[in-house]
Design a protein around this ligand. Structure first.
Ligand SMILES: [Zn+2]
Length: 199
């Protein structure tokens, strides 16, 4: 229901289109923005504009980038022999937070999905195959999500790279750090048993 008039309703409608923002939150944010300093509100508007104008996709790995190549592709200190394949740029942030990985990345831009009609052509898969074919990569770590679509995509990529001179690995699934066995769902515990490793 459109309770407000003109620009206020437009603002609420636009905010309500954002992911995870329902009508109530949209209204709350809109009123918050009305109350803040004009400069603060303009800075937000400017940040959105600048990001839309300047951020594109890395030519090599399809991460977000302000130039032809992203920071991870440009970083000379990273290991060229390993490529970690993720679904979205935000997954890179998650892997980086671990401090465990110093290789390169490749962003698929989603997962294969029969339901949503997403095929291999819609994802940045050809680019990955090309990178592997160019040589120099010893290991491809497929770090897609542990969802049905994520796992389907992982299988697809593994099959595709079969025969290429590269080792394809996947993230282990299992007991979360600090997790208790009787709180785990059967799927997670089953995967942990299957993927058990020697001490
Ligand atoms: Zn890149």
């Amino acid at each position: 229901v459109n309770v407000y008039e003109g620009v206020m309703q437009t603002l609420i409608d636009e905010l309500g289109r954002l992911p995870g923002v329902g009508p109530k939150s949209a209204q709350r944010i809109a009123f918050y923005l009305l109350k803040v300093d004009a400069l603060d509100a303009k800075r937000l508007a400017r940040a959105i504009e600048d990001a839309k104008d300047r951020v594109t996709w890395c030519r090599r790995c399809f991460n977000i980038s302000e130039g032809e190549l992203c920071a991870f592709c440009l970083d000379q200190r990273r290991d060229d022999h390993v490529v970690c394949v993720v679904e979205e740029p935000r997954d890179i942030v998650a892997v980086e937070r671990t401090g465990e990985y110093r290789g390169r990345y490749h962003v698929l831009g989603g997962t294969l999905s029969a339901l949503d009609g997403v095929g291999p052509e819609e994802l940045n898969i050809a680019g990955l195959v090309r990178r592997v074919a160019q040589g120099g990569i010893r290991e491809v770590i497929v770090a897609t999500n542990a969802t049905v679509d994520g796992q389907t995509t992982a299988h697809y990529i593994t099959d595709l790279l079969h025969g290429a001179n590269v080792q394809v690995t996947r993230l282990a699934h299992g007991v979360p750090v600090g997790g208790e066995l009787d709180y785990l769902d059967e799927g997670t515990l089953a995967a942990a048993i299957r993927q058990r490793t020697p001490f």
